[in-house]
Design a protein around this ligand. Structure first.
Ligand SMILES: Cc1cc2nc3c(=O)[nH]c(=O)nc-3n(C[C@H](O)[C@H](O)[C@H](O)COP(=O)(O)OP(=O)(O)OC[C@H]3O[C@@H](n4cnc5c(N)ncnc54)[C@H](O)[C@@H]3O)c2cc1C
Length: 404
């Protein structure tokens, strides 16, 4: 396997790093402070930054080349190092129109949307004019098993009527979020993997009620947030259904492959930055007559962190390469492996960096607390660790048995 990046990817990495240096790092903490103190308001400079990124050609880079006219033409392997650079500042990917959940939703619309659906929703999403949310998880059922989902999508004449309650709808609190992709059941009596469908629901449809924003470790994660939403007799035209009745589960499976590469590479970028900050900090402080960097426990933490980051990075690049060359289905074991390995690695590395910073590590003066939070939530979001281990273990056993 050759992980040398293409010239195109290297040029974009260079451009992106310069952009981050010039525009993003200088306002990194100011942004987080604004978000914390002004819930559901958009940081004033975001649109200006988006326009600058667009002008530099640093826009929609996540959308792989297979999406033809919609894609800037990178493979997953070429995009992976760019996501890594964006991950060094937790909020930066939105500036490049590369943030979740919009990325996954844009992929769904690019892959499965009709021309009319694409014109109405994909075009403004690709232009960065609107945001979106993905509504699958429900409070009343264990949603890590997506077959448990209970929201009903019932055909009445030329409309679908939707009833249910969702939560952890990331992005739904953002003032620019105009469209939801909702997963529910069109036929609860069908085979368990074809009961589900996905449907487009404009956020302002009558019957959509945002009940409350959920806090993550006490934080709103504004302006995107995570909402609990009630869908009470929500009516949408039949043409809002994606693909056809019964295809929801298959769409959900396809949606999450590249998205996991993006999350993992961003987390790797965050872990690398945490390690850099740790090295800088321990070189500046002295205790008991010795520079903190000279203690062997600190050096071991640094060495171990570097080993863990590099292991995770190569594994993630291998997964990206496998998707590019063999497709998501063939890459599913590697995708599960990175989802199991990378968020925990990030939490461990960032935790060591926090410890080495002392009190400074847990306050708002560094991005470390935000990095740790990101790693921790990805151990649950997009499927908890245990579910990926359960499925990976099952696949490996199946493969062994098949050899007999
Ligand atoms: C910050 C954040 C953002 C999110 N964003 C979105 C979003 O945008 N849209 C959306 O639809 N959802 C989103 N989610 C929801 C997320 O995908 C679910 O929380 C996740 O799939 C788990 O479902 P659950 O919360 O119902 O937990 P449950 O299904 O109740 O599972 C609870 C626990 O049970 C254990 N468990 C489950 N299955 C197994 C198993 N096979 N083996 C061993 N143990 C097991 C695990 O420890 C698991 O964490 C988000 C969640 C968070 C925290």
């Amino acid at each position: 396997m050759n992980f040398e990046y293409s010239t195109k990817s290297l040029e974009l990495q260079d451009k992106l790093e310069k952009f981050m240096q010039q525009y993003i790092y200088p306002i990194e903490l100011e942004y987080l402070e604004f978000a914390e103190n002004n819930p559901w308001q958009i940081y004033p400079k975001i649109e200006e930054l988006k326009n600058l990124a667009k002008a530099e050609g640093l826009w929609n880079l996540f959308l792989p080349e297979e999406y033809g006219k919609f894609s800037p033409g990178l493979t997953n392997l070429e995009y992976a190092p760019l996501a890594r650079i964006m991950g060094r500042v937790v909020w930066s990917s939105q500036v490049f129109n590369c943030s979740a959940p919009d990325t996954g939703n844009m992929e769904v619309l690019a892959k499965y949307g009709t021309n009319a659906q694409q014109k109405k929703w994909l075009t403004p999403l690709l232009n960065g004019e609107i945001r979106s949310s993905f509504l699958m998880t429900e409070p009343q059922v264990a949603s890590s098993d997506a077959t448990n989902i209970e929201t009903s999508i019932v055909k009445e004449g030329n409309e679908y009527v939707i009833n249910g309650r969702k939560w952890w709808s990331s992005g739904a609190m953002h003032p620019n979020t105009k469209i939801y992709i909702v997963m529910g059941k069109t036929d609860p009596s069908a085979h368990r993997y074809v009961q589900q469908s996905m449907i487009l629901v404009p956020a302002d449809t009558p019957g959509v009620k945002v009940i409350r924003p959920l806090r993550v470790y006490g934080m709103y994660e504004s302006p995107e947030g995570h909402a609990e939403i009630e869908l009470d007799n929500v009516r949408v035209p039949e043409e809002n259904l994606l693909v056809g009745e019964g295809s929801g589960f298959a769409i959900a499976q396809g949606r999450l492959g590249p998205g996991r590469i993006h999350h993992c590479m961003r987390l790797i970028g965050a872990a690398e930055r945490a390690l850099e900050l740790m090295c800088q900090r321990v070189s500046k402080r002295t205790t008991f007559g010795k520079q903190v960097s000279q203690y062997s426990s600190i050096r071991q933490d640094i060495a171990l962190s570097k080993c863990e980051i590099e292991q995770a990075r190569y594994l993630t690049l291998a997964a990206a390469d496998k998707i590019d060359r063999h497709g998501i289905k063939e890459a599913k074991d590697l995708i599960a492996m990175i989802k199991i390995v990378v968020p925990t690695m990030t939490c461990n590395v960032v935790d060591r960096a926090i410890q080495a910073h002392g009190g400074m590590g847990v306050c708002q003066d560094t991005p470390l607390a935000a990095f740790w939070l990101y790693g921790r939530i990805i151990r649950i979001a997009d499927g908890p660790d245990e579910v990926h281990m359960y499925q990976l273990g099952r696949n490996l056993i199946k493969k062994e048995i098949a050899k007999e």
